[in-house]
Write a protein that binds this ligand. Structure first.
Ligand code: ZN
Length: 492
C-alpha cells in the first residue's frame, strides 16, 4: 500500500484514488521566460517518479502539468511589466515566440533528464475563456470584488467563513501585519487580496477582452481552472515545489472553495528546495546554474560538465521532502556512485549462471517496494540496489555463485527499479557522445579483446600483452574474470 505525505493533513496517508484504477494528478509547471535551472529539475523529477510508480502499480494516470505563459504577477521589479512581455518587447518578438523558444528548450532539458512527458500540458493563454468563467463564479459567491477594471479575491471575507492559510499553516493576522505595500495597492481593500483579473496597462502587449476590462488573468487562477477542466471538480494529487505552497497553492484552494464550495484536491504534495553551496538560489547570489550549463560545465561554480543522469541520480539520492545542497564536490560524488551502480548493472548482464547458488539472496524487490510505498523513499531504493551490487560483484569475482533463477531475479530488480522507476538510462549514461558513436567505440574495444583472447589461446603472449599494455596506457582498465574479459575506462 502506497503511503504519501499530504501537506494539508501533515501526515503520511494511505493513497486511495477517487476513482478505482485511475489517478488524476496536477503539477505546477514552468513559467517560460528563461532557461530551466535546478529549481525546475527537482519538481519535474520528483513527480516523474510518482507518475512512473503509479503507472507501474497499474493505475491509469492522467498527469497534467501546465505552462504559465500569461498573467504571471511576478512582474519585473523596475518596470512592473510581465516578464514574457518585456522579453518580447526588448527582442522585438511576438510574446508567443518567446514562450515557444523557452518551452522547446525546457522540453529538451526534460528529455535529457529522462523526465516523461505529462499526459496534458495546457497553456494558461489557451484557457482565457475558462478563467473568465471562473472569475464570474467567485464574484457570484461574493468572495471577490471589482475595482477599476480589475477583480480581486477578498481574502479577509473568505477567511471569516473558511480557513485561509490552512495549507501553509500561516495565520492571516500575522500576514496582515507583515505584508508590504504592493503594486496596485490602492485598488485593493486589503494588501493580502490577490488579483483574479488584472486590467492591462496600455503598454502591456498580452491582453484579452473580459466583462471588466481588456486585461489578463491572475497567476493562481490558471491552475484552479485547468486542474478542474482536465481532472474534474475533485481530483487526487496536486504537486509542486515547496516555494509554491504560499501564496500560490493557498490561493488555489481559496479560489476553488469560493467557486465550488469545496476543496478540489485530496493530496497536496511538495518537494523541498535545492540550495547551492548552502545558499538559496537567487539572482543576488549569482548562483543560478541552468541545466544546460550543468550539462556543458559552463559555470564558474562547476569544474566540469555533468551528464543529465548524474543530476538525476544526485536528486534521487535525497528524499524529495528533504533539502538538497548542490556543490561541485557533491556532484562528483554522485557521478562516482552512479558509475559504481552502472558497473554493477553491466557485470550483472555478463554473469554466467552456476548450477547452484552458494548464498541466499535477500528479497531486494520486496525491500524496494517497501521503500517506494513509504512516500517514495528513493534513497532507500538506491541503498538496496547498491547492496544487490555487492552480491553481483562477488559473483562476478568468483567469490560466490548464483544460479539462473537468482540472476534473473536481479535482472528484474534492476530493470524495474533502476531503469523503469528511478528512470536511470543505463546505455550511454554518463557519456556525452551520441549512442551510435558509443556503440561503434565499444564494438571496437570488444574486437581488440577478441584478438587478445585468440592470441592468448594461441599462446602468443607478446600480442596479448601488447594489447593489454597499450589499452592500459590509453586509460583502460582491463580485467580477466571468471566470466571472461571486462573492460572500462578508468575514472580519475
Ligand atoms: Zn500552479
Amino acid at each position: 500500500m502506497l503511503y504519501i505525505y499530504n501537506t494539508l493533513s501533515r501526515v503520511k496517508q494511505p493513497f486511495k484514488p477517487l476513482h478505482e484504477g485511475r489517478v488524476g494528478m496536477y503539477v505546477c509547471g514552468p513559467t517560460v521566460y528563461g532557461d530551466a535551472h535546478l529549481g525546475h529539475a527537482r519538481p519535474a523529477i520528483t513527480f516523474d517518479i510518482l507518475f512512473r510508480y503509479l503507472t507501474h502499480l497499474g493505475y491509469k494516470v492522467r498527469y497534467v502539468r501546465n505552462i504559465t505563459d500569461v498573467g504571471h504577477l511576478e512582474h519585473d521589479a523596475d518596470s512592473g511589466e510581465d516578464k514574457i512581455a518585456k522579453k518580447a518587447r526588448l527582442e522585438q518578438l511576438e510574446p508567443m515566440e518567446v514562450v515557444q523558444y523557452f518551452l522547446n528548450r525546457y522540453h529538451h532539458d526534460m528529455e535529457a533528464l529522462n523526465v516523461l512527458p505529462p499526459s496534458i500540458e495546457p497553456h494558461a493563454s489557451g484557457h482565457i475563456i475558462e478563467q473568465i468563467e471562473y472569475v464570474k463564479k467567485i464574484l457570484e459567491s461574493g468572495y471577490a470584488y471589482e475595482s477599476k477594471g480589475s477583480v480581486y479575491f477578498d481574502v479577509a471575507k473568505y477567511n471569516k467563513d473558511h480557513n485561509y492559510g490552512k495549507l501553509s499553516g500561516r495565520n492571516i493576522e500575522d500576514l496582515l501585519s507583515t505584508t508590504r505595500e504592493l503594486d496596485g495597492q490602492d485598488e485593493k481593500h486589503n494588501p493580502l487580496d490577490f488579483a483574479l483579473w488584472k486590467k492591462a496597462a496600455p503598454e502591456h502587449i498580452m491582453h484579452w477582452p473580459s466583462p471588466w476590462s481588456e486585461g489578463f488573468p491572475g497567476w493562481h487562477l490558471e491552475c484552479s481552472t485547468m486542474g478542474e477542466k482536465y481532472l474534474g471538480e475533485e481530483f487526487d494529487i496536486h504537486g509542486g515545489g515547496m516555494d509554491l505552497m504560499f501564496p500560490h497553492h493557498e490561493c488555489e484552494i481559496a479560489q476553488s472553495v469560493a467557486a465550488k464550495g469545496h476543496d478540489t484536491v485530496r493530496y497536496w504534495m511538495h518537494n523541498n528546495m535545492i540550495t547551492i553551496a548552502g545558499k538559496k538560489m537567487g539572482k543576488s547570489y549569482n548562483n543560478f546554474i541552468t541545466l544546460e550549463q550543468f550539462f556543458k560545465g559552463e559555470h564558474p561554480l562547476l569544474s566540469r560538465p555533468y551528464s543529465p543522469m548524474v543530476i538525476r541520480f544526485f536528486i534521487l539520492q535525497a528524499h524529495y521532502r528533504s533539502t538538497v545542497d548542490f556543490s561541485d564536490a557533491a556532484l562528483e560524488a554522485a557521478d562516482k556512485a552512479l558509475q559504481k551502480m552502472l558497473d554493477g548493472y553491466r557485470r550483472l548482464q555478463a554473469l554466467v549462471p552456476a548450477e547452484k547458488s552458494s548464498v541466499e539472496l535477500p528479497d531486494f524487490a520486496a525491500k524496494c517496494y517497501e521503500a517506494m510505498d513509504d512516500d517514495l523513499n528513493t534513497p532507500m531504493v538506491i541503498a538496496e540496489l547498491f547492496d544487490a551490487c555487492r552480491y553481483i560483484n562477488q559473483a562476478s569475482d568468483g567469490l560466490i555463485t548464483l544460479d539462473a533463477a537468482d540472476i534473473d531475479k536481479l535482472k528484474d530488480l534492476f530493470k524495474t527499479f533502476l531503469i523503469d522507476l528511478l528512470g536511470i538510462r543505463v546505455d550511454n549514461a554518463g557519456a556525452d557522445s551520441n549512442t551510435a558513436q558509443t556503440k561503434a567505440f565499444e564494438g571496437a574495444v570488444d574486437l581488440l579483446m577478441d584478438v587478445r583472447k585468440n592470441a592468448k589461446a594461441a599462446k602468443d603472449w607478446a600480442t596479448s600483452d601488447f594489447i593489454r599494455d597499450r589499452l592500459a596506457a590509453l586509460g583502460f582498465d582491463v580485467k580477466d574474470t571468471k566470466n571472461g574479459v571486462e573492460w572500462k575506462i578508468k575514472s580519475n
